[in-house]
Design a protein around this ligand. Structure first.
Ligand SMILES: [Zn+2]
Length: 56
């Protein structure tokens, strides 16, 4: 496997727009990559805050 990072796929992953195989790949990558975990958390917060203001 290359040193490929998945930042660009994380928004699709959050929106459930990825194939099951890609989802598996992303999840296993997240277990090994702190950078992408941080990015995912950031995107999740961004999504929550842009969709619903009740959480504030
Ligand atoms: Zn990564």
């Amino acid at each position: 496997m290359t040193n490929w990072h998945i930042e660009e796929r994380l928004s699709a992953y959050l929106a459930n727009e990825v194939e099951p195989e890609e989802k598996d790949f992303i999840e296993s990558h997240l277990e090994t990559c702190a950078n992408c975990r941080q990015e995912l958390e950031f995107l999740q917060e961004l999504q929550l805050s842009s969709k619903c203001f009740c959480y504030r």
